[in-house]
Design a protein around this ligand. Sequence first.
Ligand code: ADP
Ligand code: ZN
Ligand code: ZN
Length: 701
Amino acid sequence: MTELAGLLRIRVAVEAPQHSGLSGPLDYLSERALAPGSLVRVPLGRRELMGIVWPGESEGQVEASMLRPILAELEGLQPLSAAWCQLLEFAASYYQRSIGELALAVLPPQLRELDSAQLRARLKKLDKFLATPADASAPAPARPTLNPAQQQVLDELDALLNAARDRAPAPVLLYGITGSGKTEVYLRAAEHALAQGRQVLVLVPEINLTPQLEARFAERFGGLQADGAAGHRIVSLHSALTPAQRLRNWLAAHMGEADLVLGTRLAVFASMPRLGLIVVDEEHDPSYKQQDGARYSARDLAIYRAHQEKIPVILGSATPSLESWQKANEGRYKRLLLPGRIGGGALPRVRLFDMKRLPLSKGVTTALTAPLLEALRQRLARGEQSLIFLNRRGYAPVLHCAECNWKSDCPHCSAWRVFHKGDRTLRCHHCGFTERVPSACPTCGNQDIAPLGRGTERLEEQLQEQLPGARVLRIDADSSKHKGELEAQLAAVHSGEVDILVGTQMVTKGHDFRRITLVAAVNPDGALFSSDFRAPERLFALLMQAGGRAGRDAEAAARSEMWVQTWHPEHALYKSLQSHDFEAFAKSQLAERESAGLPPFAHLALLRAEARTVEAALGFLKAASAFAQALPEARGTLIYPAIPMSVARVANVERLQMLVEAGSRGDLQRLLWHWMPELHLLKREHKGVLRWAVDVDPLAI
Ligand code: ADP
Ligand code: ZN
Ligand code: ZN
């Protein structure tokens, strides 16, 4: 704030579109001082928008006479904290977005629409919500006695906190297989923070997993506490809430009324004035990375936030990301281990089934092999459940005419349209283009067009044919499109109404299915030869996670199996899987990454451009590259030639990308700061370019 002629110059972060090139807060005039972090309404062009009074001095380059006044302040709301503003400022700068765009985008959408009177009404409603106790009388159940490994982890956590005092404690990487008691450690750490009057933030990768975790936290903390104190307020924050729920929960956290916030990646930006602990469950999960707009990593921002607020952060996983694993190797994170399953249950025995030894006879499919069918029959006879994992939805990935070689390609994308038998459609999974299945080949009229390959729908059908009487259930994005469907399906599995569960990676995550004794991955090899260097890491995590679904019940664990049907049983990844040896896998992957100069030993950014023609996108990227190469700040970085993305054309738009590599984060950030602003100008010269974007620390290459 700077005074001038009785009016104050005030910085306000507004949602200016990124292409306007306005990346910092803008100056406005006000008659009175406004606390940083206050919400205000301001004019921008011909619009009137919500903005946030931003901390820090105005740079004051614009003549005061040119500035416009702040229209109104949103009254009755505690300003956003300086720490919150700092988190947003960091995130915006690191991921190359404008501050206002990011800061406004992470607030609940309804908040941006309210005036002071409407806010008052909302706060009154919130008071009512808070007045009804979460769980009036039910006392919290007794906590389990920690096992020695859990006790040791908590002792080390304590020691870490005591040693840190005024410094930020090192992030903790809690490494333990599924069922090793990680969640119990989160609960104890949360209890500690709550006892000190602090708030706790727990992040989970998937919305589907929030109810489950919420129930566990609610059971522990929601009810009457052992010392007679009232239960703690727990709220969730994720994109499946209604706008009104999201605002209510956000306000409860912001006002310090909610003690626990559980949420997906967007919750990392929750305003929590008394934050004392952050937990990131399944920290390796790719869902923590936002895939459009501001492409932030919620896990990485959680680490930044914990550091900035000098509070502990726990990253939990059975298969940590190689980034986190390497940081632990370097001693920058504290690795704590939970070595075995609670109750001593074993992990399932992993059987690598060599597809090359499968007799080639008619009727043999590469998914439902005779030995697998036999293993399924055994489970059926014993009344146990099986899970079959196939990461491809639909009936078949492509339809094919053997006469003329026609294939069901998408006219708008460089991809096949997938055959969905249920509604007899050919559907493009990239642009959504859908048509009814033709009854004959569209080019030669041959009536005999056939599906090639297999997705979950076809596998479901084949199971029903081969195992009549078995209750087969498929869970994937198609089967659970409608609200409530997934919950109902999962409940059916839990209550034992399902014998065989077929699904995509949706079924591998987190769910605690007690009666599963067989997990089969029928076609996982694709990821071994992917052009994306992270594909093996993801496959290993998925298979470990899928395997973790089996034998959760200690009694059944002894006869639990994980079955991997592969053409490459000798592959090191499968060998590590077989011995449940994440550490060996991580070691060999890290060695490969190091010698290839890949993350975590290098730092990457992707510059993407989309245009109607390849030439237009390429022209823009080439010019961008030439500009960057000439910058002195490009030192220490390497800019690769632009190449088409793996699905190059989607909805008639050509998509290209250019990889930027640097030895250090600093080098990469320096280049981006000097380079990105120029690209807004450059785009004006390249009219054919529809969009461009930068992805810092991209997950998918
Ligand atoms: P993870 O989060 O690593 O999968 P959980 O914390 O969910 O592991 O623990 C697995 C199961 O064991 C849960 O049902 C949990 O209630 C139970 N459990 C965890 N710790 C203990 C303990 N110390 N004593 C008894 N049961 C425990
Ligand atoms: Zn044909
Ligand atoms: Zn398409």
